[in-house]
Write a protein of this length. Structure first.
Length: 276
């Protein structure tokens, strides 16, 4: 995947892309990183062969920092008309969320402002105990989390907890972030790497098209239920075209699927062998 961004390091390994934020001294979300992330998301959207994208940081103290405040220092004399389209940052994070790949954030270090908005734009997030610290500082600065934060957090955390995070401007460690629903799990440093690698390894054996269509169907859950169910059926129909699903189902049956002992004891391991 080229050209290589200046604030990101990207390494591909088969169907897995690993993206490392590397923008000293604090991984500030400044114009350079914004442009690099936008270019990366555009390239990933055009890569149906990739099934998984993992985001982490080169700096153990910082995952992704807040947006560069210099972007907002120019005086504004009046309120412009209500927007009729998303802002550039809202669109960037929506595009990140809509990528066809399974996206995973591994947070070890501090992340504030735009950083948690990146985390919550990913499909899954895992926080390292004793290292990960989350915060939204915008209201204390006279602002608000305006790059999807006020809309995503209530859906993930519920209204009251979202307002605690947004209005309180306090710091949350990995365990509290997990208990509130900001991340999937809090993991000890020694177990984080093996856990994520096992998850990535499993996902890497699955058909990228199935991951993409499953994500599309899950996104439709935000619609009224009858409409979401129609989208689910449409996504499922896509996957029966081309033969990949049929090949994997036959392989599953060949391995012993639908037999009692296999289903009890061999199911999870067999699912990683269907690409063979």
């Amino acid at each position: 995947m080229s050209p290589v961004p200046s604030t990101l390091r990207v390494v591909e390994d088969g169907p897995v892309a690993r993206v490392t934020f590397d923008h000293a001294p604090i991984n500030l979300f400044d114009p350079a990183m914004i442009e690099d992330l936008r270019a990366l998301v555009t390239r990933l959207a055009a890569r149906p062969d990739l099934g998984v994208v993992v985001f982490d940081s080169a700096d153990p103290d910082f995952f992704v920092g807040h947006a560069d405040l210099n972007l907002f220092l120019d005086p504004v004399e009046s309120v412009p008309p209500k927007p009729t389209r998303l802002t550039a940052l809202q669109q960037l994070f929506e595009d990140l969320r809509a990528l066809p790949q399974a996206t995973i954030a591994v947070v070890a270090g501090r992340t504030s402002g735009a950083g948690p908005e990146i985390v919550t734009s990913c499909d899954m997030a895992f926080a390292v105990r004793g290292a990960a610290v989350f915060s939204h500082l915008e209201v204390a600065l006279g602002l608000l989390p305006g790059a999807t934060g006020t809309q995503r957090l209530p859906k993930l955390l519920g209204r009251s907890r979202a307002l605690e995070v947004i209005l309180g401007c306090d710091e949350f460690d990995a365990d509290l972030a997990a208990s509130y629903g900001l991340v999937n799990r809090a993991l000890d440093a020694a177990e984080a790497g093996p856990f994520v690698e096992r998850l990535v390894g499993r996902l890497a054996t699955f058909a990228p098209a199935a991951i993409a269509q499953a994500k599309s169907a899950v996104a439709a859950a935000e619609l009224p239920t009858p409409l979401g169910l129609l989208e689910e059926a449409h996504a499922a129909n896509h996957l029966l075209v081309g033969g990949e699903a049929q090949r994997r189902m036959r392989r599953f049956l060949d391995l012993g699927g639908q037999r009692p002992e296999f289903e009890r004891h061999g199911l999870a391991e067999a699912l990683t062998r269907l690409a063979e």
